[in-house]
Structure formats: C-alpha cells, structure tokens
Design a protein around this ligand. Sequence first.
Ligand code: F6R
Length: 253
Amino acid sequence: MNGWKLTVVESYADMSRLAADIVQHSIEHRPGCAISLPTGETPRGMYQELVRRAQDGTIGWAHTRFFCLDDYLGRGKDDPFSLTGWLERTFLQPAKFPEGQTHLIPTTAANPHDAAIDYERQLASAGGLELIVLGLGANGHIGFNEPGSAIDSRTRVIDLTAESRESNAQYYEGDATIPGQAMSMGVGTILEARRIVLIVSGESKAGIVQRALEGPVGPDVPASFLQTVSAKLEVIIDHPAASRLGTSQQPRT
Ligand code: F6R
C-alpha cells in the first residue's frame, strides 16, 4: 500500500510554500482545471503565499474552477461559522479569484440532498478535480468525512462528531456552539481527484498521521482511505507531525 510521496519539511513556512507551488503547478499545467482546497489552521500559510503570488502577478487564475470542500449546513457566507465566508476573506477575495469560477457547496439549499447530487454533477462537468489539498482532522477526518464514512461516499450532509465540534470551537471566540451538521465532498469524491496533497503540521497530529498512513484502512479513520490511492498521494508534513511514522514506510521522495 506504500508508495505515496512523502516530504518532511523543516517548517510550517516550507510546508505552505510547497503546497502553494503544487497549486500553481497544477493550474499552470492544466489551464481551466478544477481544484479544491481546505479551510482551517493548517492551510493559512498556503493561502498567504497564494494571495501574495496573486497580488504580485506571479500566479493567475485564468479559467481555473474552485470547488469548496465542505461547510456547516444551513450557514450562508455571512454567518460567522461559515467556512465559505472564511475562505472568501482569507483567499478568494484577496487573491481576486473570479467569482463566476467558484462553486460554493450548497449548504443553504432547500433540498440539500438534491443540491449535493447537483454539486457532484457540476464537478463532473468541470472534468473532475485536477487537484485537492487536504488537512487532517484530529479524529482522522478529511473534508468533514467523519469516522464511519464509506470509501465510496459522495457529497452529502454529515452529522459532526462531538470531537470535531469541540476541536473546531477553538477557532471562535466565546462559548461558540458549533453547528451539528455539515455538507462535505465524500471520500469517494476526494479519492477521484487526479492529484491529492495532504498537509499536516504539529506534534498533536503525529498519532493520527501514523494511523492514517500506516494503520489499517477503514472507516474508523477516513484519511486511511488515502492509502488506497497512494500513487497519486503527496504528503507534506513537518517533523513533529511525522515523528511517529515507522521506518517500514518506503515513500517516494
Ligand atoms: C476543512 C476541512 C477539515 C480540516 C481538518 C484540519 O475544510 O476539510 O478536514 O482540514 O479539520 O483542520 P485544521 O487545519 O484546522 O487542523
């Protein structure tokens, strides 16, 4: 199952630069391709780098399409919890990503089930994802695919675990009550991307990194399903996050 490309970086800044390089490479080599990038703490540096490059003209979006990975259910962009709102403020607006090329995950649709199916259709008509960059949840989720998610799951509404809600509460001031449901691209949707990059930073993720990349493959740790597509998987992590990876690992470097 091994064979994914592992890059252990010296710093968060190195991880962020490398991830931004891959985004740039993908959109330059596949003009008009579709990409998806995560929200959260891990990709902040990558976004800073992409915004800097967009502002100084080193990177241009041309016909690139952006598909949102996940968001809380029923929260419009202006809701303080909205991940899409965060993405707009952090990346899409400052990087001047063309609004007409952004596909928002339909969390506020009257019929989320049908809207999720339509979202998958939009993705398919855009040619599928050329690139997806993922962060790793403390409980092994990718996107908001919580433990229990199936390998062939598609974009859908998901009940969030208490662990994820607690972990995400730290991003909001006061005693924030994190919404109980989200909509996320499914594991199957993610695994179909032609290039998959997992970025992880910090010692607190070392245990879940080890389980995801070296543990048994199964729904208990949804990120472990990435092992099934190792030939197109690139893992960029810092030393603390990589500290529990075993020597049996023989990654492509
Ligand atoms: C967010 C997402 C999540 C995060 C994960 C790690 O769009 O898809 O899977 O990537 O929860 O979050 P951070 O980076 O905040 O530790």
